[in-house]
Ligand binder design. Structure first.
Ligand SMILES: C[S@@+](CC[C@H](N)C(=O)[O-])C[C@H]1O[C@@H](n2cnc3c(N)ncnc32)[C@H](O)[C@@H]1O
Length: 391
């Protein structure tokens, strides 16, 4: 039950989104909700604030959002704000009998300020027998929310002010989790997570029935998500074992996902002639992963690693742009390396000469490559480019 409070009647058009992948999730939210967002601001790495017309509808398809809270901030002080909020939610609070604060971008003392203000508001509202749940890490997790353990208040600090709102929507992680653990072939060392794969498919912005190409498809994580998005998926890989794994996974996906189709080809992404006929609506791919590192490399070593990978990117980008429809999007993952010198070095892609331009969904200007935050990998991480083919 992803909507915890009625989705049709948000009390404000200001929302706080708790992000799964930082800026990459901002890009996804702007792509999915494009046209309905009149303002967006990254308040802190895990929180995006949005002004959104039309309520919470559409939020279900955003893979990179854990929860959405409706922000109510017409008051100057936190106390006044919480008093109003608790009054308006008193029925739900009495029903659940437990409240919790999920604090983002705030230290322990600031978190405690919000907790105390909430307890005062609960007492002032005359709500008895309501207890405070203190979640570990000061955050009520999505599973706890789905189990209705408490009414959750998202709180964070922005420009010196606290902002608070009740969590109204959560995305259930179970279907994605199951796609990660239950599909027949799993290759965690090369594959991205289903949630990230779906985020990238969503950034590509294609509607049901459109064609999606992953020319470095590996075990097929992106294509499996394409199947669940009801797309016509085409996968290419130069490795026979990887293609066999992709085939097992796609067969498995096609038994559950309605509306999607797939075709897999053994071949080289640098020469798609004969593999892809006509043009595709979108390309989503992760061409190369750098070797896993035991320690941070020097800047010079990182440059060498990138140089070796660069030619595969350069040669395949030309082919991918050739088979992409005018106006179509290309979403490409590149590696990022944390160096001894303390910099995060990303591979840079040059595409001007290919008739591609950086995709800007508005209303936030996106600086590419966009880092994929909060992944558990250590020195080698991911970053994302999204391009649009000039119409
Ligand atoms: C990082 S993996 C992709 C993983 C994939 N996203 C998944 O979820 O399993 C890159 C894949 O590209 C394939 N590959 C490498 N060079 C290639 C080329 N020139 N043409 C096509 N595939 C290639 C590799 O066999 C590997 O499966």
């Amino acid at each position: 039950v992803p909507f915890l409070l009625p989705p049709t009647a948000p009390r404000s058009d200001r929302l706080a989104a708790v992000l799964a992948f930082g800026e990459t999730s901002v890009l996804e939210a702007c792509a999915v909700l494009s046209g309905r967002i009149s303002g967006a601001e990254v308040a802190c790495p895990r929180i995006l604030t949005l002004r959104l017309a039309g309520g919470l509808a559409g939020a279900q398809s955003i893979a990179g959002i854990h929860k959405l809270a409706v922000l109510i901030s017409e008051h100057e002080t936190l106390e006044a704000e919480l008093d109003d909020l608790v009054q308006s939610l008193s029925r739900e609070i009495e029903r659940l009998r437990r409240v919790a604060v999920s604090g983002y971008c705030m230290d322990e003392a600031e978190y405690e300020d919000v907790v105390q203000a909430l307890l005062t508001a609960v007492r002032d509202a005359g709500l008895r027998k309501v207890r405070l749940l203190r979640p570990s890490g000061n955050e009520l997790k999505v599973d706890q929310l789905l189990g209705r353990e408490a009414l959750d208040f998202v709180a964070f600090k922005n420009k010196g002010r606290y902002l608070v709102g009740p969590t109204s929507y959560v995305r259930s992680p179970s279907p994605m989790r199951e796609r990660g653990t239950k599909r027949p072939s799993r290759r965690p060392e090369i594959s991205l997570s289903p949630r990230l794969a779906r985020t990238l498919v969503n950034i590509s912005g294609v509607p049901k029935g459109a064609t999606l190409l992953d020319p470095f498809c590996g075990a097929g994580t992106v294509l499996v998500e394409g199947m669940f998005a009801s797309l016509r998926c085409i996968g290419v890989d130069s490795s026979v074992p990887r293609l066999r794994e992709a085939r097992e996974n796609m067969r498995w996906a096609s038994r559950q996902a309605k509306g999607g189709t797939y075709r897999l080809e053994l071949g080289d992404a640098r020469d798609l002639e004969g593999l892809v006929e006509g043009q595709v609506d979108a390309v989503v791919t992760e061409p190369i992963l750098l070797p896993l590192l035991n320690a941070r490399p020097s800047m010079a070593t990182a440059h060498e690693m990138f140089e070796r990978a660069q030619s595969v990117y350069a040669d395949s980008l030309g082919e991918m742009s050739r088979v992409l429809k005018p106006g179509g999007r290309m979403v490409v993952v590149v590696p990022t390396v944390a160096t001894i010198e303390g910099d995060d070095l990303s591979m840079e892609l040059q595409v001007d000469h290919l008739g591609l331009r950086p995709y800007q969904p508005g209303p936030i200007h996106v600086g590419y490559p966009v880092p994929v935050s909060f992944e558990s990998t250590r020195w080698v991480k991911r970053a994302v480019y999204a391009f649009e083919s000039r119409a």
